[in-house]
Design a protein around this ligand. Structure first.
Ligand code: NBP
Length: 483
């Protein structure tokens, strides 16, 4: 008996993300065929969560592919890594030219570049789609960042844009770019998330250690911050976390061990920043802050050996709380400016045509970094798609200049009192470096030429020259290249 092609899309991987995406697609009128490596999970899903829906299941890859309308759309929500390659090989014999394979997991972008090239060489289309928003996002509207074979977009667009989160009626999903662009942008999203979280932790720490505020009091401050320019999902959940009481009535947050975990996407962002030569300092510090937190035993030992300042905060409390909000805001502007600088460079290297306003819109809703702030970034890039740097946009230039005095007061105060603010202070150092036409790299070039004959250019000539600084070395220069 021949199997009828009834499904608009097929989904492999019935764990938390896959199940919720299938239900979301069903809500929007699409017929979905579900499959899972452990096939018993298909029947369990159909008999429980999917009961009463139009969702169909399959018990083999052959049956699964036969149930899909053409061009077939096979979406995978499985563990990133070899599982994706394994499934690709399993479905290929059942597909035909023009069919589309979509990887919705957290794959590393070089894998997505490789898979796109491989599948296109065989006549298939491939989409690497970053999906953010966790379980709830997947169920009711995630942020989706698809990239890969451009010809696939018109086929997946109606489904993706229907199920994605909406902000002012606009879907938080648009085509990101070629090959691995979708997963790259998702990776940078995660890196920015690391930065946002660390900055918020720094604000909490400063308020606690400088002004001696309780978790409840800081929760109140966050409630107020969430009404204005800092309005965001992460500020909102931090407010709720700070106010959350354990069964004994004490704030639960203060009982949690201060060692942060990580799954690697922040690190990938920083590795890519180092590879492309982009100073994405804030995310770098956010990753290192997690690393430092993780060596708790060593820190406890160090705290008994190494002393620090013992001064007390002397200033105006209300003004300082305002200053901390501005320091957070300014640091956040730097982090996003750095993130967009990184994407700009990666796009150049990989020949991607990224749409910055579209990226800001995709992050505006549905995902962990969703915020009012991203609406302002979208406006900036819509006004000027060729904007070299977010800091050159009149809105952000005025915002960061307006916050700068507060930011400097907070970082100075933290340094004086010995409170670590790696993100806020590195962001300020970046800002001061970026806005300075002259940096001390003249001396650095002289040092390099002194010990390694690496040559240098002068302010008036592009010619590479070497100086015999000591009179002892020869006049032979080293080859000039970028490492
Ligand atoms: P998991 O990442 O836990 O993956 C579970 C799925 O992968 C199951 O369907 C499992 O099949 C399958 N699988 C595994 Br594990 N190893 C396999 C292998 N070697 N071959 C074939 N299938 C294999 O599920 P998830 O949390 O729903 O996440 C799915 C993807 O979405 C991941 O890439 C994840 O990083 C990403 N993501 C997750 C979230 C989130 O909040 N959880 C958010 C955004 C993105 P089985 O049932 O037979 O074991």
């Amino acid at each position: 008996m021949s199997v009828q092609a009834v499904a608009d899309i097929g989904l492999i991987g019935l764990a938390v993300m896959g199940q919720n995406l299938v239900l979301n697609m069903d809500d929007h009128g699409f017929v979905v065929c579900a499959y899972n490596r452990t096939v018993s999970k298909v029947d369990h899903f159909l008999a429980n969560e999917a009961k009463g829906t139009k969702i169909v299941g399959a018990h083999s890859i052959a049956e699964f592919c036969a149930k899909l309308k053409r061009p077939r759309k096979v979406m995978m929500l499985v563990k990133a890594g070899s599982a994706v390659d394994d499934f690709i090989e399993q479905v290929l014999p059942h597909l035909e030219a023009g069919d589309i394979i979509i990887d919705g997991g957290n794959s590393h972008y070089p894998d997505t570049i490789r898979r796109t090239k491989y599948l296109e060489s065989k006549g298939f289309l491939f989409v690497g789609c970053g999906v953010s928003g966790g379980e709830e996002g997947a169920r009711y509207g995630p942020s989706m960042m698809p990239g890969g074979s451009t010809a696939a977009w018109p086929h997946v667009k109606p489904i993706f844009q229907a199920i994605a989160a909406k902000v002012d009626g606009e879907p938080c999903c648009d085509w990101v770019g070629e090959t691995g662009a979708g997963h790259y942008v998702k990776m940078v999203h995660n890196g920015i998330e690391y930065g946002d979280m660390q900055m918020i932790c720094e604000a909490y720490d400063i308020l606690k250690k400088t002004l001696g505020l309780t978790a409840d009091e800081i929760g109140e401050i966050f409630t107020e911050w969430n009404q204005g320019e800092l309005d965001s999902y992460l500020i909102e959940i931090t407010r709720d976390i700070l106010k959350f009481k354990d069964t004994d009535g004490k704030p639960l947050v203060e009982k949690i061990k201060d060692t942060a975990g990580q799954k690697g996407t922040g690190k990938w962002t920083v590795v890519s920043a180092l590879d492309t030569g982009m100073p994405v300092t804030l995310i770098g510090e956010a990753v290192f802050a997690r690393n430092l937190s993780a060596i708790k035993n060593e820190r406890v030992a160090a705290s008994k050996i190494l002393g620090g300042p013992s001064g007390k905060f002397q200033g105006d409390k209300k003004q300082f709380i305002h200053d901390v909000s501005k320091a957070l805001y300014a640091s956040k502007i730097i982090s996003y400016a750095q993130g967009f600088m990184l994407m700009r460079e990666a796009a150049k290297e990989n020949d991607w045509h990224l749409n910055n306003a579209g990226i800001a819109l995709m992050w505006r809703g549905g995902c962990i970094i969703r915020s009012v702030f991203l609406g302002d970034i979208k406006t900036a890039y819509t006004k000027n798609p060729e904007l070299t740097n977010l800091l050159f946009d009149p809105f952000f230039k005025a915002a960061i200049e307006g916050a700068a005095d507060s930011w400097r007061r907070v970082v100075s105060q933290a340094v004086l009192l010995g409170i670590p603010t790696p993100c806020m202070s590195s962001a300020l150092a970046f800002f001061d470096g970026y806005r300075n036409a002259v940096l001390p790299a003249n001396l650095l070039q002289a040092q390099r030429d002194y010990f390694g004959a690496h040559t240098y250019q002068t302010l008036t000539s592009d010619e590479w020259v070497h100086t015999n600084w000591t009179g002892r070395g020869g006049n032979v220069a080293s080859t000039t290249y970028l490492a």
